[in-house]
Ligand binder design. Structure first.
Ligand SMILES: Cc1ncc(COP(=O)(O)O)c(C=O)c1O
Length: 369
C-alpha cells in the first residue's frame, strides 16, 4: 500500500528490530552495577578501533568532545590555526573554537562537497597546526591529497568521522588515515546511541593515553591530577547498546548503499545533482543529498506529497553569526551548496513502498513519470 507520509527518519523501527538484544543488555547492565568507564566501554573501544583498523579507541561524551579533546591532546590551542571545511555541521567549528584554536574555513569541492585540497593549500600559514576534513554525509574526503599536504607542511590530520562510520576509501576505513578519527554516536548517526556519546580512534598510544587523562578530569590515577581536563566519559549502558548496533553496522551500511543505488538509477534523467561515487569510494550515505537550483520549490512540493526532507545545511559555517565577522577569503562553493542541497529520506529501515513514494514525488515535480 502506498504510504501517505514518508518520515525523514524513524528510529523506532531499528529499536523494534533490536528490542530483545537491547533489553538483554540492559538487564545485564543492571545486574553488574558498573555505570561509567567499565568493561562495556573497554570492549566497545577495542571493537570500534579494530573495525577502523587502528589500535586504540577512547570513549567520550560526544562527537564535539571527541574533536575538542583530540585537538587539546595534540597540544593545539591558542595562537594555532586549524583548517576545516566551510560546509559542515556547526559543531566541527565549535569544537575548534572551544579548543582555543582559530578555525580557518576552506572551500569544498563542488562534486563531493568535502574539503577542497586546493583551497586548503591557499590557507596554510606559519600558524596552521592541523587539517580537519569532514567525511560529509558519509562520503570520504580526499585523504590522499590532504595527507600529502599535511606531510609536506608538518601538520596534524584529524578526521571528523561523525557522519562516516564504516565509510572507506580504496579499502581503508575513515578514521584510520589521520592522527585521529573523531566519531559521534548522536542517535541519528549510522551508529547511534540512546543519548549522546562519542569516540576517538587512533594508532598513537601516546595520544590515546592523553585522551584518557583529559576525559576524566585530567586524572592520572584515582587520586592524582596530572593536569586540568574535563568530564567527558562514555557510560556503560550506552557502550553496551552501541556494541549491539556495531555488529549490525556493516549490514545496515550495505542496505543504505542499496537504497542509494535505487535513488541514483531512478533519478538519473532529472535535472538534479546526485551523489554518484568515484572508483574506490565507499560512501555510507548517512545523508542522501541531491542538489537543485529549485531546491526550495522542490522541498515544498515534496512536503505537499507527504515526503519529509531536511536541508543539511542551510547556512555554511563561516557565515554563522559567531564566525561571519572573521576575515578570510570567500567560500563560494560552500555558499552555493547551502542554497541547493536537499536531503531525501534514506536509512536502513526505509521501506520499498516509501522509497517509491519519494521517487514518484520527485519525478512528478519535474513533470516526469
Ligand atoms: C560533521 C559533524 N561533526 C561533529 C558533530 C558533533 O557530534 P555530537 O553531536 O555527538 O557532539 C556532528 C554531529 O552532529 C557532525 O555531524
Amino acid at each position: 500500500m502506498k504510504p501517505t507520509r514518508v518520515p525523514f527518519l524513524d528510529l523506532t523501527r531499528q529499536d523494534r528490530e533490536l528490542r530483545e538484544e537491547l533489553c538483554g543488555a540492559f538487564n545485564s547492565f543492571l545486574r553488574r552495577g558498573r555505570h561509567i568507564l567499565g568493561p562495556e566501554v573497554e570492549s566497545l573501544e577495542a571493537e570500534l578501533a579494530a573495525f577502523c583498523g587502528v589500535e586504540h579507541g577512547v570513549g567520550v561524551a560526544s562527537g564535539t568532545d571527541a574533536l575538542i579533546l583530540t585537538l587539546r591532546a595534540l597540544g593545539i590551542g591558542e595562537g594555532d590555526e586549524v583548517i576545516l571545511p566551510a560546509f559542515t555541521a556547526p559543531p566541527t567549528a565549535v569544537a575548534v573554537t572551544l579548543s582555543g584554536a582559530v578555525p580557518v574555513f576552506a572551500d569544498v569541492d563542488p562534486h563531493t562537497l568535502t574539503l577542497d585540497p586546493a583551497s586548503v593549500e591557499e590557507r596554510i600559514t606559519h600558524r596552521t597546526r592541523c587539517l580537519l576534513p569532514v567525511h560529509l554525509y558519509g562520503r570520504p574526503a580526499d585523504m590522499a591529497a590532504l595527507g600529502r599536504l599535511a606531510r609536506q607542511h608538518g601538520l596534524h590530520l584529524v578526521e571528523d568521522c561523525a557522519q562516516s562510520h564504516g565509510a572507506a576509501l580504496d579499502g581503508r576505513i575513515t578514521g584510520s588515515f589521520g592522527t585521529a578519527g573523531c566519531f559521534s554516536f548522536y542517535p541519528t548517526k549510522n551508529l547511534g546511541a540512546y543519548g549522546d556519546g562519542g569516540m576517538v580512534v587512533t594508532s598513537s598510544g601516546e595520544l590515546a593515553q592523553e585522551l584518557r587523562c583529559l576525559r576524566d578530569y585530567g586524572r592520572v590515577d584515582r587520586d592524582l591530577l596530572g593536569k586540568v581536563g574535563t568530564n567527558s566519559r562514555l557510560d556503560e549502558l550506552q557502550a553496551a547498546l552501541l556494541r549491539i548496533k556495531l555488529r549490525r553496522l556493516p549490514e545496515w551500511n550495505r542496505r543504505r548503499r542499496e537504497l542509494a543505488r535505487i535513488y541514483l538509477d531512478a533519478l538519473s534523467d532529472l535535472p538534479l545533482g546526485l551523489p554518484e561515487c568515484r572508483e574506490g569510494e565507499e560512501h555510507v550515505y548517512h545523508i542522501f543529498a541531491v542538489t537543485s537550483e529549485r531546491r526550495d520549490e522542490l522541498r515544498r512540493h515534496l512536503e505537499l506529497e507527504g515526503v519529509e526532507t531536511v536541508v543539511h545545511y542551510p547556512l555554511p559555517v563561516h557565515l554563522q553569526p559567531p564566525f561571519r565577522s572573521r576575515p578570510g577569503p570567500p567560500c563560494p562553493v560552500a555558499e552555493e551548496a547551502s542554497r541547493r542541497v536537499l536531503s531525501l529520506p534514506l536509512y536502513p529501515h526505509l521501506t520499498t513502498e516509501e522509497q517509491e513514494t519519494v521517487i514518484e514525488a520527485v519525478r512528478s515535480f519535474f513533470g516526469a513519470s
